[in-house]
Design a protein around this ligand. Sequence first.
Ligand code: MF3
Ligand code: CO
Ligand code: CO
Length: 280
Amino acid sequence: MSITYKDEAGIAGMRVAGRLASEVLDYLTPLIQPGVTTLEIDRLAAEFMKQQGTVSATIGYQPSGYPPYPGHLCTSVNQVVCHGIPGDKPLKKGDILNVDVTVIKDGWYGDNSRMFLIGGEAACTIQARRLCQVTYEAMWKGIAMVKPGVRLGDIGHAIQTYAEASGFSVVREFCGHGIGQRFHEDPQVLHYGRPGTLEELKAGMTFTIEPMINAGKREIKEMGDGWTIVTRDRSLSAQWEHTVLVTPTGYEVLTLSAGNPPVPAFVASEAATATATVSA
Ligand code: MF3
Ligand code: CO
Ligand code: CO
């Protein structure tokens, strides 16, 4: 495997796939409520993908050593770190939920995830709210680093420093990834690391940044279904994900649509205008 650099046609394909992946999350947002099951969310997403003319990248996805993944998306509740399989347990007030959506459009992949506070902010503990907020900001600390010449270790370091300064821990076993006409390409994008190390970013690279941050210790374990990952200490875990393009001057976030939360204030306004403009 090696890194693929996208030309203008590839970038155009990635922009469309990224926007559509984000629009699935926009569509689901008002439907994610106490009492709804994650299987229902999966069903609604599958219908919406059909309407938008996309295909889920996750259903039937089977990396070597794994059983085929059974969902159109991943739903990771509370202590579930990632790859939660949609099921028949209703969401309840105070839960935190990550929904991770990857779609394929015309052969190009768009991958993104967001956190949802079930029953609204007031229903969740201060710790849960802060974990989701810090994880969102940690993702953006990583994105804000992206430009040619920067190294992957710089991104990992920015994320790790921010998360740990907030008293949280960074999951090591899963990382961001190159993405394009395949779901998981080189390079691996670690969410921890040392400045000045690892691959140098070049224009035309597309990859995800998707930190998984735990309220407690960083250790994880896998459940018997072969997919679901939980925190070993059962503490809460949060994750946000965007797909980004390295441009000649910085970055463009590809997984943007009308429903993304605002970019954090610490992101330089110059860099923020370099991201794709969101049309209402
Ligand atoms: N969307 C996840 C990622 O960000 C991967 C999910 S693979 C699945 O890389 F099979 F669990 F869906
Ligand atoms: Co991803
Ligand atoms: Co994802």
